[in-house]
Design a protein around this ligand. Structure first.
Ligand code: GCB
Length: 590
């Protein structure tokens, strides 16, 4: 799915800002058809943002159910005769959209965009009422899964099996944009590097028309290759490659034929990715992942995209010497991927399939199904499949994305996990044969895991010294090493430790380095690093987490998860300096 653009044939307007907003805890809005007029009792709510922490009430924070957003949109008179599209970059977790009185779209899944073609309903020059209902409920049939309990007093309570707060709302930009009636619907690009040259295999899907020309230009605008077909391979001699740390981009200009041609310009990075034995190769060179699992999370705005925070986070990644991160545990805003493309940051791109595991949930109550695969069904798997396809459809052209992670910590010990995952892995490969596929595996030894052989890279989340052998780093070191060596022996694939870490409350220090101190966090990370440095197949270290983040209520969470190397407001803990020494080999402030 192409991102909206301003080109010679397209125009876009951001509908961000303050929208009218109403909570609907008793589910009245759909029955009373609130889209037909002004929202009752509306307040103002910023978009993009999570709504939960903005009103400063417990009810808003803990709301379970529908909320309504509404605003008026003026359609420029000059748009007469254009195709007009209303696009939501994200609505967590599902939404229905009305243009005046007409339903124009609905979407399931909180982290991927969806579009409503409103051409038939638009009168240029008019002011239209746009209404959106957004439902944050997680069910056993949604991705991620959850359970909504109705309490004796009639309130709803949401349970979920993942460790980050269920922020909701319109988290990303809302657009109104135009294309010509015949338009470029999609572009798919895969690139390969052969010696000094590169090949760009491309396919353009045009709705109602045909391709006139496809031109590949270097960053300075120099034409490097050209074609006139909808599909083909462009040869680039002596190519300037996209590399980790050097986000060199080319641009593929696509123009359609006819009296009202469309133009779309796609950034393209010339690079390839391959797994060879226990190496992870980018452009044929072994790549070592240094970085973090992250979250989209910040004070007040929750998961609302914010360019300020994004650019700052990338600056901190650079400061600390990280070269990569995982979009744990859902697809991040496209702005993030585009920034990573431009700056050569490597990404493992994850679906929102987090919490397919009752073993680590601690939220079950009597009467719940015994294990996750007894609880989910074909609808859940269809939602998971849909999430994989939407992720690939959105992110397939980003050079920064080097691998798909199709789940985080599913219950991979259950025999039922295998028939559940086999078709999903196949679907991921079919959707994109050019990138390896992985999942992040929870603390299970190789002899208990039933699905890892289906994947290209072994990605392990390990909490030795924290959840296991708490406070005992000598045992943690011994057991971690023994376990990793067993993974090497059985699978011979590259290993990335996609999570390791310890909670540390900023400012809590101790000469005896007890748990929850900054000092223990440093010592635990150093313990893991000694082990990584002794095992060649470990090609990646992603600390959990980049920054402290909000979670649901819990007796083992102090105002959220404190495994951040930075605090939630991005101040460094001692661990940040320790990592910087390891990853950059320096203590200098630059
Ligand atoms: C994990 C999860 C992550 C949690 C983390 C923790 O294994 O993948 O979402 O936040 O552990 O801190 O417990």
């Amino acid at each position: 799915m192409l991102r909206p653009q301003d080109t010679s044939s397209r125009e876009r307007v951001r509908l961000d800002g303050l929208w009218a907003f109403a909570f609907d805890p008793a589910d009245r809005g759909r029955a009373e058809e609130w889209w037909r007029g002004d929202l009752p009792g509306a307040v103002e709510m910023p978009v993009p943002a999570s709504y939960n922490d903005v009103p400063a009430t417990r009810e808003a924070h803990d709301h379970v159910g529908d909320v309504w957003y509404q605003r008026h949109v003026r359609v420029p008179a000059r748009w007469d005769g254009r195709r007009v599209v209303l696009r939501f970059d994200a609505a967590a977790h599902r939404a229905v959209v009305w243009w005046n009185d007409v339903e124009v779209g609905r979407h399931e899944g909180g982290y991927t965009p969806f579009e409503c073609d409103v051409t038939a309903h638009v009168r240029s020059g008019e002011t239209a009422r746009v209404t959106v209902v957004v439902d944050n409920r997680l069910h056993l049939t949604s991705i991620p899964p959850g359970i909504v309990d109705v309490l004796p007093d009639g309130r709803r309570r949401q349970r979920y099996f993942h460790d980050f707060f269920n922020y909701a709302g319109l988290h990303r930009t809302v657009w109104l944009y135009t294309t010509p009636p015949e338009y470029v619907e999609d572009i798919t690009v895969t690139t390969e590097v052969t010696g000094a040259d590169a090949q760009v295999r491309y396919r353009v899907d045009v709705a109602g028309g045909r391709v006139a020309e496809v031109v590949l230009r270097d960053a300075d605008g120099t034409e490097r290759a050209r074609a006139a077909a909808a599909e083909g391979t462009l040869e680039v001699a002596d190519a300037k490659l996209w590399r980790p740390g050097h986000g060199h981009l080319h641009h593929l200009e696509v123009r359609t034929a006819g009296a009202d041609p469309d133009e779309y310009v796609l950034p393209v990075g010339l690079r390839d990715v391959r797994v060879d034995g226990d190496r992870f190769l980018i452009n044929g060179e072994p790549f070592r992942f240094r970085g973090f699992g992250k979250h989209e999370d910040g004070a007040v705005r929750g998961k609302g995209h914010d360019d300020v925070l994004m650019v700052h986070d990338f600056a901190l990644l650079r400061w600390i010497g990280a070269n990569s991160f995982r979009t744990s545990h859902y697809p991040y805003a496209e702005e993030v991927l585009e920034y990573a493309d431009r700056h050569g940051v490597v990404i493992i791109d994850e679906t929102p399939a987090v919490g397919l595991n009752f073993e680590i949930a601690h939220t079950l109550v009597p009467g719940d199904p015994e294990h996750i695969f007894a609880a989910v069904d074909d609808t859940t798997r269809a939602a998971h499949l849909h999430a994989i396809r939407e992720l690939v459809a959105r992110d397939k052209n980003h050079p920064s994305v080097v691998m798909w992670s199709i789940a985080n910590e599913p219950d991979s010990a259950r025999p039922e996990a295998r028939p559940y995952f086999e078709p999903l892995v196949a679907a991921a490969r079919a959707a994109d044969p050019s990138r390896p596929v992985c999942f992040a595996q929870v603390q299970l030894p190789p002899d208990r895991d039933v699905i890892s052989d289906l994947f290209d890279v072994i990605c392990l989340n390990r909490y030795n010294g924290w959840y296991v052998d708490t406070g005992d780093l000598a045992t943690a070191e011994r057991e971690l090493e023994a376990e990793l060596r067993e993974w090497v022996r059985r699978h011979g694939k590259p290993i990335i430790v996609t999570e390791y870490g310890a909670d540390a409350v900023a400012g809590v220090r101790s000469v005896t380095a007890g748990t929850w101190t900054e000092d223990y966090q440093v010592e635990l990370l150093e313990t893991f690093h000694r082990v990584f440095d002794r095992i060649d197949s470990v090609v990646g270290e992603h600390v959990w987490n980049f920054a402290d983040f909000a979670t649901g209520y819990g007796v083992n969470r102090v105002d959220g998860n404190k495994k951040g190397v930075f605090t939630r407001d991005r101040r460094p803990k001692s661990a940040a300096f320790a990592l910087r020494r390891r990853w950059r080999g320096t203590d200098s402030p630059q």
